[in-house]
Ligand binder design. Structure first.
Ligand code: SAH
Ligand code: SF4
Length: 336
């Protein structure tokens, strides 16, 4: 297991196996997460033989930067290679006094949504907790770009890598580890209803975002195969339960595909579906699978139809000139 997959308790246990006292774990975590030091030799208050005694791969972040691109709008996208040679992408989005990292939860995605480049490239494997934590660590410590927020809106469906994802959240929110507040983290799902219910009963304050994209099963199933497994009725019931239990506001993502899911009829159906619900709707212009031309006009029109009936924001995608915008993240074959 790589160092970034260890919770504090697991690290303590690992050190105990090597007859090292618990407090050494706190010392190591301070070096890594407070001082940004990952080289064991530089951790001057630790016993010199700790490396031989524990086999901890602490000096190695489980990902390496292969390419970094910067958009004209300041967004940065990194192509990161994992230890087994696979690739993921991770995006850094500065916005005033905030900076949000959009991180991946899987290599590829099995969900096959028709409008999403990740979905088109298929599923390869789950990320382990250290590969998730490692993406935030990479931006904040390897690159020196501080993070205020992080969203699981890169490649993959986080609820289908739920055990590893939960573990990563535990490490990210532990003040002795990465130490980012749960309220600054968002999990985004294409609609795995039973996991939404599960999330409702977890003690975390992490935000939930649901990729909705259509107000009718007939339309949604055409672009999102997962809708056949968890149709809108089941999905909405799970979300209502989540809101009732947590009293937290849910965000819906709605990508406008011109002449498919827009127009007055769809607007009214969406208003009916979300009426009186504690929620916010982000309207996203459709990004092409690669490149820049976004369909802004159709999205603007749709926003006007919803305005005053729902809490709605038009979200301009960031980083489209480097294919870093929503739905544009792909894998290695594109780079080779
Ligand atoms: N699998 C999760 C997390 C990925 S989030 C999910 O689907 O929610 C990626 C977000 O970008 C989702 O809201 C997705 O629906 C949206 N998206 C995908 N392709 C897009 C495209 N071509 N244009 C705009 N948004 C897109
Ligand atoms: Fe997967 Fe989300 Fe893309 Fe659908 S939109 S294919 S669930 S990453």
């Amino acid at each position: 297991m790589d160092f970034f997959s260890f919770s504090k308790t697991e690290l303590e246990e690992e050190l105990l196996k090597a007859f090292l006292p618990k407090f050494r774990a706190k010392q190591m975590l301070d070096w890594v997460y407070k001082k940004g030091v990952t080289d064991l030799k530089s951790m001057t208050n630790l016993p010199l033989d700790l490396r031989q005694r524990t086999a901890l791969g602490v000096s190695i972040l489980p990902l390496r930067e292969k390419l970094i691109q910067q958009s004209t709008d300041g967004t940065k996208k990194a192509l990161l290679q994992l230890n087994d040679g696979e690739f993921i992408e991770s995006v850094y989005i500065p916005e005033g006094d905030r900076a949000t990292v959009c991180f991946s939860s899987q290599v590829g995605c099995a969900m096959g949504c028709s409008f999403c480049a990740t979905g088109q490239s298929g599923f390869v494997r789950n990320l382990d907790p250290g590969e998730i934590v490692g993406q935030l660590y990479y931006w904040q410590y390897s690159k020196g770009f501080p993070i205020t927020n992080a969203v699981a809106m890169g490649q993959g469906e986080p609820f289908l890598n739920w055990d590893n994802f939960q573990k990563a959240i535990g490490i990210l929110t532990d003040p002795d580890c990465f130490g980012i507040g749960a309220r600054h983290l968002t999990v985004s799902t294409c609609g795995i209803a039973p996991k939404i219910r599960e999330l409702a009963y977890l003690p975390w304050q992490i935000n939930l975002s649901v990729s909705l994209h259509a107000p009718l099963d007939k339309l949604r199933s055409q672009i999102m195969p997962i809708n056949r497994r968890y149709p809108l009725k089941e999905l909405m019931e799970a979300i209502v339960e989540y809101i009732r239990v947590t009293n937290r506001r849910v965000t819906f993502e709605y990508t406008v595909i011109p002449e498919f899911n827009d127009g007055e009829e769809n607007a009214n159906l969406l208003i009916g579906l979300l009426d009186k619900m504690l929620c916010h709707v982000n309207i996203i212009p459709l990004n092409p699978l690669a490149g820049k031309s976004e369909n802004l006009e159709a999205a603007e029109k749709f926003v006007k139809l919803l305005d005053k009936k729902l809490n709605v924001t038009l979200r301009r995608s960031r980083g489209a000139d480097i294919d870093a915008a929503c739905g544009q993240l792909k894998q290695k074959q594109v780079y080779e």
